[in-house]
Design a protein around this ligand. Structure first.
Ligand SMILES: C[S@@+](CC[C@H](N)C(=O)[O-])C[C@H]1O[C@@H](n2cnc3c(N)ncnc32)[C@H](O)[C@@H]1O
Length: 332
């Protein structure tokens, strides 16, 4: 017999009670199907958040670190700044964080005065992720080096090694490095930096076309072995959470990029599915503090995990809610 291992009953009623007056709540109900753990009901809400918000400290309706009761997966979308919103989340709430922060000033949605300020901002968020992460659980960061194009022809373009610069800072916060997974996209998806070299074939002018991004895998520092984490779950939950999907044995994953009509930089749902399936159990809570169009929330819901998504831009929040609702309706 399979039973699910999800959140206590407090969670869904919490959403109902607290957020109906935001006029942004969508609560969707589902029937129960037998044979495997399925969500019976689920709420998708956008929670406007400001630091002085009266909901501070009450954002997350997770009442148990390792829940045992049958319950529904819940996706909460908090609209606000990652750092401020995270401050309202209780310690050790998240079993997994998977996120792709802004890549310095590579896109319209981010403007940092300089690279050092950018790194400090991301590390401040990582400190909060560390606090809200349960003991010995995982934090997976998707980034890649980026190029900031030159403004004038006589200038050099600057390349920033974001994953390498963040890595020592993340370890200093209290995460242990576990793995670096290279996500490879098909060559046509990459920016062409090679044209000049191909024309003149001069030494020193070679610039490789970037087809890879990094998935840096960290574990919150603890003396306990992974076995200790596994033992927190009942046998049925571990059985139901077995990873049956096909994943490369090596640390190079080939996954085509994704595009979205609203958000300019979504990652593919396949990437999120793999990370969620590999680093969390059914009923766990998955966090994405830079949630964009909610890809992590979609994967979490598909895989019967709860999700807490934080996103600053209200349009992206709305897009996330729309996509999550689509997943909800597609599910059996
Ligand atoms: C790389 S995108 C994430 C895309 C996401 N993985 C997806 O698949 O949709 C980074 C997101 O972080 C958001 N963002 C940037 N700074 C933020 C902040 N301080 N707090 C919350 N969100 C922020 C941006 O609006 C952007 O949507």
């Amino acid at each position: 017999m399979v039973s699910s291992c999800t959140l206590g009953a407090q969670a869904s009623s919490f959403i109902e009670a607290t957020y109906t007056d935001t006029r942004a709540v969508v609560a969707l109900s589902r029937g129960v199907s037998s044979g495997r753990p399925t969500p019976t009901a689920q709420a998708v809400s956008i929670i406007p958040h400001t630091p002085e918000d009266s909901m501070v400290g009450r954002i997350v309706g997770v009442d148990k670190l390792y829940p045992t009761k049958m319950q529904t997966p819940i996706v909460q979308i908090i609209q606000g700044d990652a750092l401020h919103a995270l401050a309202t989340i209780p310690d050790q709430t998240a079993h997994l964080t998977f996120t792709s922060p802004p890549y310095y000033n590579a896109r319209d949605y981010a403007h940092y005065p300089d690279y050092e300020t950018y790194l400090e901002t991301i590390v401040a968020v990582v400190r909060e992720i560390h606090r809200v992460t349960a003991e010995g659980r995982f934090f997976v960061l998707n980034t890649s080096p980026i190029i900031v194009p030159r403004e004038h022809r006589q200038d050099q373009s600057r390349r920033y090694a974001i994953p390498y610069d963040l890595h020592p800072r993340i370890c200093a916060v209290g995460f242990d490095f576990i793995d670096d997974i290279i996500w490879v996209k098909p060559a046509p998806a990459s920016k062409n930096r090679n044209a000049g070299f191909q024309q003149h074939r001069q030494p020193l002018t070679y610039k490789a076309n970037p087809v890879a991004e990094y998935l840096m895998v960290y574990r919150k520092r603890t003396n306990r072995l992974i076995d200790w984490n596994l033992r927190q779950y009942p046998r049925e939950c571990r059985d139901a959470s077995r990873v049956e999907m096909t994943v490369e044995r090596e640390n190079v994953w080939y996954i085509p990029p994704a595009h979205d009509p609203v958000h300019p930089a979504v990652f593919p749902i396949e990437l999120a599915r793999r990370i969620v399936a590999l680093y969390s159990f059914i009923g766990d809570t998955v966090l994405d503090p830079f949630a964009g169009a909610g890809t992590v929330g979609c994967a979490a819901l598909e895989l019967q995990r709860n999700a807490i998504l934080i996103e600053r831009d209200p349009n992206y929040c709305r897009r996330a809610r729309e996509r999550i609702a689509e997943v909800q309706f597609r599910m059996p």
